[in-house]
Structures are given as structure tokens and as C-alpha cells.
Design a protein around this ligand. Structure first.
Ligand SMILES: Nc1ncnc2c1ncn2[C@@H]1O[C@H](COP(=O)(O)OP(=O)(O)OP(=O)(O)O)[C@@H](O)[C@H]1O
Ligand SMILES: O=c1ccn([C@@H]2O[C@H](COP(=O)(O)O)[C@@H](O)[C@H]2O)c(=O)[nH]1
Length: 239
């Protein structure tokens, strides 16, 4: 572990990024690349918890926009995160990393149910532990689930690996002139209404002094650099 800065981290992986070059679902090359990038830290004994989004399959808000009941759509979204979690587990295990999936919605046949103390035990034993089905409640997101689980398990940092390389003063996907921050405070993210992460997740991290790092999942070697403690992307801090 000597080369790695962190002992226990929570990685929030973008669901949408799992699509890779596909229009929908999962491009197997993406989980494979993530697995290869995490392997050195896993082998070094780092405790790695994961939350994956569901945007590559279904988002409750899109369902609601098309007239669907919001809570029903959100339940579908949470199930989408279970599919992604199982896909990641399969890939991690094929790459020699022991992995457990713990779901916030009970589904005994496919995964364990989330129990905080058992999750911590899995991590202590060096198993990658994936938290599926978000918080188990509609009207939330997997960013909030990631913030919640990071606090619950005592992670040192929440790393959001997504499609942008950091936090900008406006959405860089929409504004090519947007400027990137190296560091930013939680209050600035909230007051400037920056949507890289939802406000509930940011507020939870703020209240619990949970540092957040946002970086681009596509960049080669980025996970290892981040886990070694290199400043990549944008870091959200108290002040
Ligand atoms: N100020 C901002 N700085 C950076 N990204 C921003 C900003 N405002 C909006 N975004 C958008 O936030 C997105 C990342 O957050 P979002 O939660 O939507 O993605 P995700 O983690 O990939 O989601 P999912 O897991 O649901 O697929 C980026 O792709 C970017 O377009
Ligand atoms: O706690 C949660 C987490 C997620 N959802 C629903 O799942 C989808 C997919 O999650 P993303 O964070 O958007 O990737 C989300 O849109 C919600 O519909 C939820 O209801 N509760």
C-alpha cells in the first residue's frame, strides 16, 4: 500500500460512460478498461467500494418527462444500476478481483442486501464491494447514494469518474468556453448551481467533510493516478 495515498475509497462510476461507443447498454471494453486500471491498487490491498449509475439504461426523470409516474421510473432506474453492478462484478472477477454486490433493494437470488457492517467487513477482507440500487429510494440519484455510502463506510474520498475531466463554471458539454476549476468549495458548487453532481450529494459531502474528486473515466491511467493521491480533475474541499 505504500505507493497509494488512500486506504479506503468510494468510486462513483458513470452509468452513461459504460456505453462507450454504443448507443445504449454496456460496451464490454469500458468495464474491462476500468478493471485493468483498478487491478494494481486492488493487488496492493486498497479497499475499493463502487457505486455505478444507471444512465446508460434508464433514468427516472426521462420516464417522468414522457408521462410516467416518477417513483415507478426511479424504481426502474435503480434496477438499471443493479444490471450495471452485476456486469462490473463479472468483469472484476474475470480479472482476478474478488467482488461482492450489495443491493439497497432486496433481491436475494442475485445479490446480497446492503448491511453497513457487512460491507465494511467485505472491504476489510480486500473485496471490491459494489453498492447497487442507489439508496433504495425514489427521488434520489446514484451520486447521493455514493455520498451516503462513502460517509457510512468511512471512505477517505469520493471519486466521481465521469465523462468530463473536472468541474467547470458551466456545463462543458454545452459551453465550449467553460473554465475548469482545479479545486472548488462545496458552497461554490452549490451557490453557482453547478450540475456535475446533484445538490443533495454535494450537501451531504459538505456536512460530513467528505472530499470529492471529479475526473474523466476515459483518460488512460487516471484511476491509478487518482488512487496514488495525484491531483487529477477537480477536487471539492471545505475552503
Ligand atoms: N459545471 C459543470 N462541470 C462539469 N460537468 C458538468 C457541469 N454541469 C453539468 N455537467 C455535466 O455533468 C455530467 C456528469 O454528471 P452526471 O451525473 O450527469 O453524469 P454521470 O455520473 O455520468 O451520470 P450517470 O451515472 O447517471 O450516467 C457531465 O457529463 C457534464 O455534462
Ligand atoms: O437512490 C437512487 C438512485 C437512483 N435512482 C434512479 O436510478 C436512476 C439512475 O441513476 P443515475 O444516478 O441517474 O445514474 C436515476 O435517474 C433514478 O431514476 C433512484 O431513484 N434512487
Amino acid at each position: 500500500m505504500s505507493d497509494y495515498k488512500f486506504k479506503r475509497v468510494l468510486l462513483k462510476l458513470s452509468g452513461e460512460a459504460l456505453m462507450g461507443s454504443k448507443e445504449f447498454g454496456i460496451d464490454p471494453d469500458v468495464p474491462q478498461k476500468i478493471a485493468e486500471e483498478l487491478k494494481p491498487a486492488y493487488d496492493a490491498g486498497m479497499q475499493i467500494a463502487v457505486v455505478v449509475g444507471g444512465g446508460n439504461i434508464f433514468r427516472g426523470l426521462s420516464g417522468a418527462a414522457a408521462g410516467m409516474d416518477r417513483a415507478q421510473g426511479d424504481n426502474m432506474g435503480m434496477l438499471a444500476t443493479v444490471i450495471n453492478s452485476l456486469a462490473l462484478q463479472d468483469t472484476f472477477e474475470r480479472n482476478g478481483m474478488i467482488c461482492r454486490v450489495m443491493s439497497a433493494i432486496e433481491m436475494h437470488q442475485v445479490s446480497e442486501t446492503y448491511i453497513r457492517r457487512r460491507a465494511i467487513r467485505h472491504l476489510e477482507k480486500g473485496r471490491i464491494t459494489i453498492f447497487a440500487a442507489g439508496t433504495g429510494n425514489p427521488y434520489f440519484t446514484t451520486d447521493t447514494a455514493a455520498a451516503l455510502r462513502a460517509c457510512e463506510i468511512g471512505a477517505e474520498i469520493l471519486m466521481k469518474a465521469t465523462k468530463v475531466d473536472g468541474i467547470y463554471d458551466s456545463d462543458p458539454m454545452k459551453n465550449p468556453d467553460a473554465k475548469k476549476f482545479d479545486t472548488i468549495t462545496y458552497m461554490d458548487v452549490l451557490n453557482r448551481d453547478l450540475h456535475v453532481m446533484d445538490a443533495t450529494a454535494t450537501a451531504l459531502c459538505h456536512d460530513n467533510h467528505m472530499p470529492i474528486m471529479v475526473f474523466n473515466l476515459d483518460e488512460d491511467g487516471i484511476f491509478d493516478r487518482a488512487l496514488r493521491g495525484e491531483h487529477v480533475g477537480t477536487i471539492v474541499v471545505d475552503e
